[in-house]
Write a protein that binds this ligand. Structure first.
Ligand code: ZN
Length: 310
């Protein structure tokens, strides 16, 4: 994004307009999950350091731990203090009640997820939830999910025996039309969590780029890519070029959080000052977030940048 673009975005308080502006530039916003204040600080520090807008996600479990209204208040105070476009998404929301709770707390978007249900029930319950949250806040963005992208942003020992069902373009078109979602989360080769071999950097996830382009062509809405952790960098670039607007990263942050916390604790067994122990953890997670934000923004796309990154 150009400096003018950043300045333009910084003053805009709408997630929809930020997504549209990024799309025009061939870029996507990074979505990073937080479960505690260390992760939250790391994501915000990365956004202000890279001067890029950011979407903070919290699943039902993460929201329960941090507090729905407490997280919303923290994010709001950061926006007010810094003027930076920091947005909040209620990730993987499995009930109408939890969706309403997040909408009332001031979240900018709600990821409605009834994808485990048969398609007709998924459509009916997503539609009902979209209408309910838009009655609370007409500007809120509603996301719906169709297809199988697995569960659990954690380290998996082995790959699932069966490949999850990928979303077809026709299914995507019908789902969007029937539910009224603003954002669609398709299954396009992405999967939640990381295999051990991915954490060790030996293997990478690959995406079905052609399918993304086909879905984008008929869905007519923003696309979000869940389960981005461990994906090949070049596949991220191609997926964004094909129409992905939001990229979710969670497991990579959790891995950095745990590893750096273990290192920090091991450094001095007599240290008991929380902020001294946790400061390196914030720094370590921030580095992961910053590098992902830059990648999703195409800052490594220029040939010389790709060459130096290789
Ligand atoms: Zn997800």
């Amino acid at each position: 994004m150009t400096t003018a673009g950043i300045n333009g975005i910084a003053g805009v308080d709408s997630l929809r307009s930020v997504l549209a502006a990024l799309e025009k530039e061939g870029a996507a916003i990074g979505h990073f999950n937080v479960a505690d204040v260390v992760l939250l600080k790391a994501v915000i520090a990365a956004a202000t350091e890279t001067k890029l807008p950011v979407l903070i996600g919290a699943s039902e479990g993460e929201r329960e731990f941090l507090g729905v209204r407490q997280l919303a208040a923290l994010a709001k105070s950061v926006r007010e203090e810094t003027g930076w476009p920091v947005f909040l998404n209620a990730d993987h929301t499995h009930s109408l009640q939890k969706a309403l709770e997040a909408a009332k707390a001031g979240f900018h978007s709600v990821g409605v997820d009834f994808s485990a249900l048969p398609i007709d029930q998924n459509v009916a319950r997503t539609k009902e939830t979209v209408q309910a949250i838009k009655a609370v806040n007409a500007a809120i963005l509603a996301e719906g999910e169709v297809g199988d992208i697995g569960t659990g942003s954690e380290i998996h020992e082995t790959a699932p025996s069966e490949v999850g069902k990928l979303t077809t373009p026709e299914e995507a078109r019908q789902f969007v039309e029937a539910t009224g979602v603003d954002i669609l989360a398709p299954a396009v080769g992405n999967r939640h969590g990381m295999l051990k071999s991915m954490v060790q950097g030996e293997t990478r996830k690959h995406l079905d780029i052609e399918r993304i382009a086909q879905i984008k062509g008929v869905a007519g809405v923003f696309l979000t890519l869940h389960g981005g952790s461990g994906t090949e960098d070049d596949h991220f670039r191609k997926a964004i070029a094909a129409g992905v607007n939001i990229v979710h990263i969670n497991t990579e942050l959790r891995v950095a959080w745990r590893q750096s916390l273990a290192e920090s604790l091991a450094r001095d067994s007599n240290e008991v000052v929380p902020y001294k122990i946790l400061r390196p953890v914030v720094e370590s997670v921030k580095q992961v977030v910053s590098s992902r934000l830059r990648l999703f923004h195409g800052q490594l796309v220029s040939p010389e940048a790709v060459g130096s990154a290789a």
